[in-house]
Design a protein around this ligand. Structure first.
Ligand code: ZN
Length: 211
């Protein structure tokens, strides 16, 4: 399952996306958020949508069945708990949530990959760590820098992400880079840059599925 973060209609539907939903570990979170944007105005939801389509098309071409959490970029939501439910109901072999960050810390750049930690079920343990490592290795091999400001060596285990907490399938969330960093924003805003991200994520999923 591919989960393109956010959605193009979220900003105009605050009453929907601000509704609290289960986030795992006894917590709640807003249904969804608008996501970030580059200084140019290029949005995270457009980036995640486009990269997900590129990854999904490549995986489909390899005969792999792909399920998405959303099928357009102008709707609202779905809520984070529903996104997890989609992967669970599909019995997904691997779940990849695709995002980009928006840090204004000076010099902050690079990607990081998160998985649910401490794990809440067996899929969140070793399988999710293995998937995270594959995504990290693939992005690094493709020349993308690991995060200078979050996690260690491109890996950032988290307890606070609803989609990961609620997943019963191997699941990771990748923040592909920092949209507020000019160089990374330029890569994300360009079709060739997005293809590079997509190629790396596709290779990681294929590597993970091959075991
Ligand atoms: Zn995001």
């Amino acid at each position: 399952m591919l989960d393109p973060g956010h959605n193009g209609g979220n900003a105009k539907a605050p009453s929907v996306i601000n509704k609290q939903v289960p986030a795992g570990r006894g917590e709640t979170k807003p249904c969804n958020t608008t996501g970030t944007a580059a200084d140019s105005g290029y949005t995270e939801h457009a980036f995640t949508w486009d990269v997900s389509q590129r990854v999904g098309n490549a995986l489909s071409a390899k005969g792999i069945q792909v399920v998405y959490t959303r099928y357009d970029d102008n709707g609202v939501g779905p809520c984070v708990d529903k996104r997890a439910e989609t992967g669970n109901n599909a019995n997904a072999a691997a779940v990849v949530s695709i995002h980009a960050d928006g840090s204004t810390s000076a010099g902050a750049h690079g990607f990081h990959v998160s998985y649910s930690n401490p794990p809440l079920n067996s899929a969140q343990g070793r399988p999710s760590i293995s998937l995270a490592d594959d995504v990290r290795d693939s992005l690094r091999d493709a020349g993308f820098a690991t995060s200078t400001y979050l996690g260690t060596n491109g890996i950032y285990p988290r307890a606070d992400l609803a989609g990961l907490n609620l997943s019963t399938r191997p699941a990771v969330l990748v923040e592909c880079g920092n949209m507020r960093n000019a160089a990374e924003a330029a890569t994300m805003a360009s079709p060739s840059g997005r293809q590079r991200y997509a190629d790396a994520i596709t290779a990681a999923v294929l590597s993970y599925l091959a075991g």
